[in-house]
Structure formats: structure tokens, C-alpha cells
Design a protein around this ligand. Structure first.
Ligand SMILES: [Mg+2]
Length: 241
């Protein structure tokens, strides 16, 4: 058995530690739509909503992230896109989260890594608002999610495998805590343990919604409503030698 203190926790941010769907995601989507309408327009007029929606859906389904499609097909610079779309002001008023998260991280044994597809500047601000900036050993944001020079955010298995090799960690010693079933499935395929946090998933993808009421997908080790329930469920993580 791997002692709990030797576990590395990879912890997602949006809709795992706070309710990003309350105001942040709607604002991000609106910023993203405005950016894409300009990009897909004819140089004078922005593209209409239907064109933007079709492109967004296509890229999401084909590449797992709208940004990857924009890079591939429109030479969009990731830093510029992330900067423009993540201008959220004032951020504190847009946030909703449970109290007691710092206490949870303090009580959780092992190494804690923030592992988010969001850009660094935004995630640092959110983590500071949550009062968690001193509780993570490392902060992995989308800027550092490259494999062979290509941007490979979650749910990329290449990303997870590269990270494990670089850190010289066994997948079985790592646990991903997330709201996204896609990301959790990839982690499990790489050999990691998985914790699914569902309280904000009602706002999330169709896949997440369809599994909410029907128990737990086979690639999920622990299903909890709130991340604060994790300490009481740690006994479920059994580690073969
Ligand atoms: Mg998330």
C-alpha cells in the first residue's frame, strides 16, 4: 500500500474548487464568442452567432478544446487568445465557492498540485481569491501543457505521461480530482486514481449530466458531491504494492 503522504494530488480548479459556471464561464464564453466572431468575420463585419457556434462545436469535438482548433486553422496565438478572453472584471464578485477549502488542503496528506487548463494569470487570481495560494506545491497551467512543441491540455494522455516521466512518478501514486469526466477517463487510462467532484457538474457537459444520477462510471474511484468530503473517503483509495 502507498502511504497517503506519498500520494501526489492533481487538483483541477474551475468547477472543482469553485463554481465557475455561476458567472465566470458565461463571461468567458461571451468573450470567446466576440473574439471568434471577429476572427471568422469578413474583415468588415463580424461573423454571425450560427457561424461562431458551428466552429466552436466543430473544434471542441475534433480537438477537445476550441483553442486547439483556432491555433490549427486560424494561426491564433494562444497567449493573445487567453489574455483577451480571460479579462474578467471584477473577478471577486464573479466567484462562488464553499468555505473551508484551505482547511481541507491542509488536512490532505501528500503533495498537492494545481492542474488546470486555464491560463496562469487567471488561475493565480482565482486561487488567491479562494485563499489557497499557499497550499499548492506546484501550479500547472495551460502555458506549460506542451508535448513535442504542441499545446496538449487535459484530457491529453500524452501530457499526463510526459509529466509522470519528468517527475519520475508512478501513475498509481497520483490522484486526479476533477469535475470533467473526459479528463478523469484519460487519467484512469494512464493508471492514475480518480476523484469525481459532482456539485458543479450539473452545469457541465452532456456526458457528465447523464452520469450524475446513475452511480459512478467504471473509471471513477471516488465520486463525491463536494471536494470537502474527500477526507472521509480516503479509505477507498487502495494501493497495491
Ligand atoms: Mg474543471
Amino acid at each position: 500500500m502507498t502511504p497517503l503522504k506519498n500520494i501526489t494530488w492533481l487538483i483541477d480548479l474551475d468547477n472543482t474548487l469553485h463554481n465557475a459556471s455561476y458567472a465566470i464561464f458565461p463571461a468567458l464564453h461571451s468573450n470567446m464568442n466576440a473574439y471568434m466572431a471577429q476572427l471568422l468575420g469578413d474583415g468588415e463585419k463580424p461573423a454571425d452567432n450560427a457561424t461562431v457556434d458551428a466552429a466552436r462545436t466543430l473544434y471542441w469535438e475534433k480537438y477537445g478544446a476550441t483553442l486547439l482548433g483556432l491555433i490549427k486553422h486560424h494561426n491564433v496565438k494562444p497567449a493573445e487568445f487567453l489574455d483577451l478572453t480571460h479579462q474578467l472584471d471584477p473577478l471577486p464578485g464573479m466567484m462562488r465557492f464553499e468555505p473551508g477549502l484551505a482547511n481541507l488542503l491542509r488536512r490532505l496528506p501528500g503533495r498537492k498540485i494545481l492542474f488546470t487548463n486555464a491560463p496562469r494569470k487567471y488561475s493565480q487570481q482565482v486561487v488567491r481569491q479562494l485563499g489557497l495560494h499557499r497550499h499548492f506545491d506546484q501550479h500547472i497551467s495551460i502555458e506549460s501543457m506542451h508535448v513535442h512543441g504542441q499545446l496538449r491540455p487535459k484530457p491529453s494522455r500524452w501530457l499526463l505521461k510526459k509529466w509522470l516521466a519528468r517527475k519520475r512518478l508512478m501513475a498509481s501514486q497520483c490522484v486526479l480530482i476533477e469535475d470533467s469526466l473526459q479528463n478523469l477517463k484519460s487519467a484512469k487510462q494512464c493508471g492514475m486514481k480518480t476523484v469525481w467532484v459532482t456539485q458543479y457538474a450539473k452545469y457541465a457537459t452532456k456526458n457528465s449530466k447523464s452520469s450524475l444520477g446513475s452511480g459512478r462510471p467504471i473509471f471513477i474511484d471516488i465520486k463525491i458531491h463536494s471536494v470537502k468530503q474527500l477526507p472521509s473517503q480516503l479509505f477507498r483509495l487502495t494501493y497495491p504494492i
